[in-house]
Design a protein around this ligand. Sequence first.
Ligand code: FDA
Length: 399
Amino acid sequence: MSSSSSHSFDVVVIGAGAAGLMCAIEAGKRGRRVLVLEKAEKTGKKILISGGGRCNFTNLFAAPDRYVSNNRHFCKSALARYTQRDFIALVEKHGLHYHEKKLGQLFCDSSAKDIVALLEQECQDAGVRIWCNAGAEDVTRMAEDGPFRVTVNGEAILAPSVVIATGGLSIPKLGANDFAFRVARKCGLEMTPTMPGLVPFTFEEVDQKRFEGLTGVSADVAAKTGKTIFRENVLFTHRGVSGPAILQISSFWKPEQPIILDFLPDEDFQSLLLAERKANPKGRVIRLLSRFLANRLAEKLLEPLGNIPELGNCSDKLIRKITAAVKEVTIVPNGTEGYRKAEVTVGGVSTSSLSSRTMEAKQVPGLYFIGEAVDVTGFLGGYNFQWAWSSGFVAGQNA
Ligand code: FDA
């Protein structure tokens, strides 16, 4: 931590991740004296590991319907006031090169380090002070309408505005913790129950046996849980399933809820089987299925049906069963890989306690919550960083 001649600032931002740095930049540009406190030895550690080191920093299709929250309208205001185009303009202003990988996902051409450098440069230009190795221990209010007192390394910092940007619970190894939730509870804010999101599922022993030998195999599926469906890849792991379709669906999953995988989402497989039975009665189902799926996977899906006769000898009932074995594969995960592997935390500080225009706590003027700590969780694909930028921006305009 660097020393300060004065321990009084206009705004103290706690957490130098995506949301905190964006907020600090905007508040600094308004001429506010801003201090950012960061517990780790450097800023933006999650940005650095994101997107496989290339940071999927936003999504061209960012829109409120790509977010999970108890109040799906809450994110509208911030997302409208600081859009993906605004962040892209910032990236371009710094001369960074980027590309769309797929589905509107924008990644740096070179490294996620460029995004952290961009944010640090903007902070510097806006006169923002950043202290690293400075974990905030507590936030208290001096008097009803007095400044907040933030304790850090045994010292006190006073400020009329405090922004909590300490993220959620995912990846404790990187220092993730419940600081935001503790402050929220202490201040009487509502909390939405939290759970790991964008996380792989783990199998019961029986499912592990059922899919044994498929580790590393991936396939394009439609994955469904409840009423939610995602169309992307599934990847078998040695403990369960992962891949984009699974990560997406995990944010909607409730314990003990089944997940249904359709391995031929574009095919009317039953009609195909019936047509093939007529045209090629000596044909084999496995040969037909292997046209669409890896052989190992095709065999595994048909395994529960035992010896399947030539197509000409398959009854209508058996054809229905074969179709279900491929298009309605039901898995009931015994859990997820947890916060250890989750990209995000679903739930958090309840949106009912915050102003959607400013992110300020309704009952505690001057106290703001932004980023992952808030009950707004994006889909996979750059949406979570966009929420960090947007919520950070609006808080920075007001703190
Ligand atoms: P974030 O967690 O980034 O920052 C919080 C900061 O607060 C941390 O620096 C922490 O050290 C600090 N802190 C905590 N307690 C403190 C205290 N008491 N005092 C001071 N500081 C404290 N999203 C996306 O859109 N595109 C992507 O490519 C990826 N990729 C990705 C990969 C992996 C492996 C993970 C785990 C996550 C992603 N994400 C992602 C999600 C994305 O990283 C996440 O949504 C944002 O980092 C959230 O930003 P925040 O600023 O809210 O929290």
